[in-house]
Write a protein that binds this ligand. Structure first.
Ligand code: DX5
Ligand code: ZN
Length: 220
C-alpha cells in the first residue's frame, strides 16, 4: 500500500497558512491534518471549524480533521459543512463513540477513531467494521513537537495484526505525534499507512527534502 504523508498545520506559520499549505502541496503532501482542541479535553487550544473552511478554499487535498474536544457530536456537522473529508474522534472524548461514528458517516464523510497512548485497542475493536481509519496517538495529545513514545510501535503492530485477522475489516492505520526521519520507518514497518508530521516538516527551509525523506523511509 502507498503511504501517505499528512502535514499537521498546527506547526505551520498561522500568519502564512496559505503559503505553508501550498509549499507542502508542492513538496508532495497527500492530505492535510487539522487539529481542533478545546482547552478541556486537552490542555491546549487550537483551530475552529472556520480554519477548516479556510483550508478548503486553498487546497483540493483531503482534509483530515482531528477532534480533541469534549462533546464532539455538537461540532461534527459544522466541520463537515466547512469541508472536512475525514473526521477523527477520540474514543475517550464521548460516552457513545459508536453514535459519533454513525453521525459522521451519515453526513457522507470518512470516519475515524483515535486512541490515546494509554487507551487499549480493545476499546475500539467493535468499531473495526464501521470505521475508515484508526489514529494511534504516538504522543499524549495537545501539543506539537513532543517525543515519540517508543512503546507505541508494538501497539501499531498489534493493531495491524488484528486488522489482518479480521479480513472483512478494512481501515487505514494513521499515526500522529513525534513522526520524523528517525521514527517513521518503525511505524511503517509495524503497519501504519498514514503519517502525520508537524514539527518535522514545518519551520525548516527544506520541506520538499523532508517529505521525500519520510516517503523513502516509510516502507511497509
Ligand atoms: C498533537 C497533534 C499533532 C501534532 C503533531 O496532539 O495531534 O497532530 O501536530 O505534531 P508533531 O509532528 O510535531 O509531533
Ligand atoms: Zn493530530
Amino acid at each position: 500500500m502507498t503511504v501517505k504523508i499528512a502535514p499537521s498545520i498546527l506547526s505551520a506559520d498561522i500568519m502564512n497558512l496559505e503559503r505553508d499549505v501550498k509549499v507542502a502541496e508542492q513538496a508532495g503532501a497527500d492530505l492535510f491534518h487539522i487539529d481542533i482542541m478545546d482547552g478541556h479535553f486537552v490542555p491546549n487550544m487550537s483551530f475552529s471549524p472556520s480554519v477548516v473552511e479556510g483550508m478548503r478554499r486553498v487546497t483540493d487535498k483531503p482534509l483530515d480533521v482531528h477532534l480533541m474536544i469534549d462533546n464532539p457530536d455538537a461540532y461534527i456537522k459544522p466541520i463537515v459543512d466547512a469541508g472536512a473529508d475525514t473526521i477523527l474522534v477520540h474514543a475517550e472524548s464521548t460516552q457513545h463513540i459508536y453514535r459519533s461514528i454513525d453521525l459522521i458517516k451519515s453526513l457522507g464523510v470518512k470516519a475515524g477513531v483515535v486512541v490515546n497512548p494509554g487507551t487499549p485497542l480493545e476499546t475500539v475493536k467493535e468499531l473495526f467494521p464501521v470505521i475508515d481509519q484508526i489514529l494511534v496517538m504516538t504522543v499524549n495529545p495537545g501539543f506539537g513537537g513532543q517525543k515519540f513514545i517508543p512503546g507505541m510501535t508494538k501497539k501499531i503492530q498489534r493493531l495491524d495484526q488484528l486488522r489482518q485477522t479480521a479480513a472483512d475489516d478494512d481501515f487505514q492505520i494513521e499515526v500522529d505525534g513525534g513522526i520524523n526521519n528517525e521514527t517513521i520507518a518503525q511505524c511503517a514497518h509495524a503497519g501504519a499507512d498514514i503519517f502525520v508530521a508537524g514539527s518535522y516538516l514545518y519551520g525548516h527551509d527544506d520541506i520538499k527534502d523532508r517529505v521525500d525523506n519520510l516517503k523513502s523511509l516509510a516502507v511497509n
